[in-house]
Every structure is written in C-alpha cells, then in structure tokens.
Design a binder for this molecule. Sequence first.
Ligand SMILES: NCc1[nH]cc(CCC(=O)O)c1CC(=O)O
Ligand SMILES: [Mg+2]
Length: 329
Amino acid sequence: MFPLRRNRRLRTNEAIRSLVRETIISPNDFLVPLFVVEGKGIKDEIPSMPNYFRYSLDLLEGEVKELWKLGLKSVLLFVKVPDNLKDNKGAEALNPNGLMQRAIKTVKNACPDMLVMTDVALDPYSAYGHDGIVENGQINNDKTAGFLAEMSVSHAQAGADFVAPSDMMDGRILTIREALEDGGFINTGIMSYSAKYASAFYGPFRDALDSAPVDLVDIPKDKKTYQMDYGNRLEAIKETEMDIIEGADIVMVKPGLCYLDIVRDIKNEVDVPVAVYQVSGEYAMLKAAAEKGWLDHDAVMMEQVTAIKRAGADIIASYFAKDVVKLIS
Ligand SMILES: NCc1[nH]cc(CCC(=O)O)c1CC(=O)O
Ligand SMILES: [Mg+2]
C-alpha cells in the first residue's frame, strides 16, 4: 500500500512551504526594549549583551528614528539611574524631570507616532535592587503598589502611552488603573507583567542597569517572594486572570523560551493580547554560542521568535527585534 496522503508534498520547495506556513514574523510583532543613561554622546555596549547599547538622550533620538524606518513602532523604556539618586523608596522615580520622564519626551519628539511603554518598578531606583520598598527584611506589597501608581501617573504626565508594571506586587494593576483614571489618563494603557517568573535569565539586564539585589543583612537576596516559582503553571493563569479583572489591557509572560507552555495556556484562556518577553539571558545565550561558532545566529534567532509567536504571543518584546527586521526586510 502506498500512502494516500504524502505530507512531504507540502514541503517540496520554498514556494509551497511559504504558501502553507502558519506563523509568519513581521515588524508588527515587536516591542523594542531600550536602555537609557544620563550624559551626552553615549552609546555604551552592554558587556553581557553584545551589540546592545545604553543610549544617552541625544543619541536615543537617532536610534528611535532608525527603528521607525525599519517598521518598529513600539518601544519599552528602561533607565539606568545614577547610584547617588537611589534610595529605598525610589523617590527619584517621581521626579517630573527625571531620566525616564525626559526619555519619554525625547522619543515622542523624535518620533511622535512611536508607541511609548515604560517600565514601572522600583529596582532601577532602589538602593537595594528590589522592585519594591524593603521594610523589616521584606518587600512591603501595599506601600509599593501605591508608589507604583504615582510612578505610573508621572509617566503618563510625561507622555507615555502604556505603563508596564514589572514588579509582581499583588493588586498593583487595580491601584495603578484607579490612579490613572483619577488623574484623567483614561487612555493610558497598562501592559502587566502578569506571569513573571523568578528567573536566572535576567542577569544581563541587571548588568545593564546595575540593578541586581544587593548582598546585605536583612535585605532579601533574591526576588522569590514576589516573582513566581518556575515549577508552577496554574498560578500563571490565576495571576493573569486577576490582572485582567484589575484592568490590564495587555498581559505578559516572562521569560520566553522556557515558558512557552505557559504562553499557550494563557493564550487559550484569555481574551486580551498576550505579550512575551524574550529576556536578556536568552539574548546573551545565543550571542555567546554564535560568537563561538557553535550556532547559526540568524537561523536560531528566527526559529526562536517564530516559536514564541507560534506558542501564542501577540507581541514579542525582544532585543533581537532590529536584527530580525533587518534580516526579513
Ligand atoms: N522589574 C525589573 C525588570 N524588568 C524587566 C526585567 C528583565 C528583563 C530582561 O532580563 O531582559 C527586570 C529584571 C528583574 O525583574 O530583575
Ligand atoms: Mg499578580
């Protein structure tokens, strides 16, 4: 008996393969993380993130214009805060003339139609490298949520389109939503890092912002009391559903590749867009393997972002965004 159905017919050549391909990557899929620093003329390569840079505001302009030309229309801003401006409460985060607030305006000036999302969490501002206020050796959930709401309003005032709380405090989406509504920012969206795991893949990001938790007595050494345990799956659905009820417009799973089962679970469960963050450690792993000549950088990169989209990502936050778009254009 010869087979009646030969699946290989649909794989005969690139024309037929591209005709039947289910998942196609486009510039519209990406959200581009950007690291911003004080100073002038700075384009500083992050050692553990080859070919990824921190920009001072004057050079950020050109970078943003380049992204726009490539068809990348959304950015996610992170700031590296000077040590002397860090404290336990993140007071500098509310400075109307702070680095984040100026960065938002810089992007909007350079490129008025660029969608600007901002990271909302204390860690870049925290003397202890924590996403919240430390009290008696613990992260105070409710004080932190209140502070993040003020921070979100400050970003909205500066012109942010979306705030992206990445802290994992309970209840902060509701607190932030209420503060935005009260402030009249009814159209400012919230992209919640809703299922964010306590992951060792964030290492290079913490190098980039110098934001790792400090090693001091009475200060938690890691983020495991607020970020999720990577053994858990149902908890991701619970976290995500709660954030949607509290007012999240977009939910996120983070990191990416090791968590694609979670992405699919959530995609099947919710009716809001699902973002996935392919994080710094994922970027660093591929760059390192490619540098050694052990992996084909571009081929593996495309396989990875396609897998993330296939798993259910509507939005991919990725340090590879520019590389991908240059490759496919
Ligand atoms: N709240 C901070 C924050 N926002 C995004 C990332 C990680 C992103 C990456 O690794 O690329 C982190 C680090 C952390 O939680 O320690
Ligand atoms: Mg939560």
